[in-house]
Design a protein around this ligand. Structure first.
Ligand code: AHR
Length: 495
């Protein structure tokens, strides 16, 4: 048994914004079409065209916020093509993703209806790359203006009397890449200009999110913060966990070696360094941490499943993805003062998905189960931890064997989440719960684990990897001991 992990149950480090458990869904592959939208005439059970099984599954994990319509797609999306009678909507080619025809059947009204059904906040990403300032201004007016105006009248003609409430609005996506290949100086000026016309109508208040850096492009953050911090509420950051090489082979989702497991973990943990360094630059211009980091794209990115359209980014999801998800949440918790939202890419059928569909069948991935287990952390207070966890070596790499995070809910319930990164060995853990004021009556644990590194759920075996009770938790006085199985994610609740 290694040194005890000390959790200071009476020292709160800040609120874990539930929006770090947010999601992203783009017009890409089978995410929107088939994943969410099947149309009213589909045989797949749906409500106004949106599939019921997917909505119910996402409600179960209390999805807090959903980003749409992209991604790269956002900077070639023209919102006016996606409103009005569906049969009249303009068709376009989705040049980024498979060159398929986009019929615009899923547009603003459908997205807002989806968010209503999910009970989550919409996060809309506007078009800077190929759109005009007027187009962006009118979109916000269309959605949020209450009284008389050309756009609100148009919305009413299209069947929606009341304005929608819209908080999160992104001014372009990956402006350094697919969103216009801009230099930070140029985008910074454009950001200032476009955001001017993202108006607050009536009582609606927009939280404006500027397009942030790619991975470790610290110059981008420096320039954006120096020139435009006072015009933004959030600055995005994109980082994907790719065990191989982006262009030369990312690695297989389900056929990976032991070594790739550890490379994946190491790369997932890199998120901590990225947030730390971007935050440090932001601190220079915003020491009060008013501007949030919005990690609006993160997750694993592997080679597509053999035989699927390379432009659709469809990949399976294993226990390795689940541990990656757990590690990311712990990193976001640790940076809860700065990280105000994160959106995993992407919700259904694309990249590190929560849900995979095949016709009318739907399965939940190991990543989904981590979102479910971790929902106890939503809006809870992050607790101070001092942990001297043992490390392990893989080739040249040194990695922590265990990752831990703890939070306290308003009702006093304490939740401890733990990942064992080791593929072969148990991790006996001892936790010293300091500062406990209330007596603990109940201790419950759930664990997600599997025998094989590449274990995953399939349409014929949908319950290969599902959470089970975590047995053998011992609590005496303030000392908790438990043994974490290899390659596992666990959550222990004390109340
Ligand atoms: O999530 C897939 C793509 O990755 C997004 O469209 C883009 O923003 C990023 O490069």
């Amino acid at each position: 048994m290694s040194k005890p992990i000390v959790i200071n149950t009476d020292i709160e480090k800040g609120k874990i914004n539930k929006n770090i458990y947010g999601h992203f869904s783009e017009h890409l592959g089978r995410c929107i079409y088939e994943g969410f939208w099947v149309g009213e005439d589909s045989e797949i059970p749906n409500t106004n065209g949106i599939r019921n099984d997917v909505v119910n599954a996402l409600k179960q994990i209390s999805i807090p916020v959903l980003r749409w319509p992209g991604g790269c797609f956002a900077d070639e999306y023209h919102w006016k093509d996606g409103i009005g009678p569906r049969e009249n909507r303009k068709k376009m080619v989705n040049t980024h993703w498979g060159g398929v025809v986009e019929n615009n059947h899923f547009g603003t009204h459908e997205f807002m209806m989806l968010c209503d059904m999910l009970g989550c906040e919409p996060y809309i990403c506007g078009n800077v790359g190929s759109g005009t300032v007027l187009e962006m201004q009118e979109w916000v007016e269309y959605m949020t203006q209450d009284g008389e105006s050309p756009m609100s009248n148009w919305r009413k003609e299209n069947g929606r009397e009341e304005p929608w409430s819209l908080t999160y609005f992104g001014v372009g996506n990956e402006n350094w890449g697919c969103g216009g290949n801009m230099r930070p100086e140029y985008y910074s000026d454009l950001y200032r200009r476009y955001q001017t016309y993202v108006r607050n109508y009536g009582d609606n208040r927009i939280y404006k999110i500027a397009g942030g850096a790619n991975i470790d492009d610290y110059t981008w953050t420096e320039v954006l913060m120096r020139e435009s911090a006072r015009f933004m509420d959030g600055l995005s950051l994109h980082y994907y966990t790719i065990p191989g090489h982006f262009w030369k082979g990312k690695g297989s989702a389900t056929d990976s070696s032991e070594n790739e497991w550890y490379i994946t973990m190491k790369k997932a943990l890199h998120m901590d360094e990225l947030i730390t360094k971007h935050s440090t630059i932001m601190d220079k211009y915003d020491p009060e941490k008013r501007v949030g980091i919005i990690v609006d794209e993160w997750g694993t990115w592997f080679d597509v499943e053999p035989g699927t359209n390379p432009g659709f980014l469809y990949q399976q999801n294993t226990i390795r993805d689940a541990v990656v998800a757990g590690l990311h949440f712990h990193i976001f918790h640790n940076h809860c003062e700065r990280v105000q939202m994160a959106n995993i890419a992407q919700t259904v059928n694309v990249l590190q998905a929560m849900i995979l569909t095949n016709g009318q069948d739907m399965i939940l991935t190991p990543t989904y189960h981590v979102f479910d287990m971790f929902k106890v952390h939503h809006d809870a207070q992050q607790l101070s931890i001092s942990a001297d966890v043992p490390t392990m070596r893989s080739g040249e790499e040194e990695l922590p064997k265990v990752s831990v995070s703890a939070s306290k809910m308003e009702n006093g319930q304490i939740n401890i989440s733990l990942c064992n990164l080791d593929t072969k060995n148990d991790a006996p853990v001892s936790v010293d719960l300091q500062g406990m004021k209330n007596q603990v009556n109940n201790v419950l644990g759930r664990v997600l684990t599997a025998d094989e590194n590449n274990a995953h759920n399939t349409f014929t075996q949908p319950e290969n990897v599902v959470p089970k009770n975590l047995e053998g938790i011992d609590l005496s006085d303030t000392k908790l001991t438990v043994t974490l199985p290899p390659k596992s994610v666990s959550v222990i609740t004390l109340n």
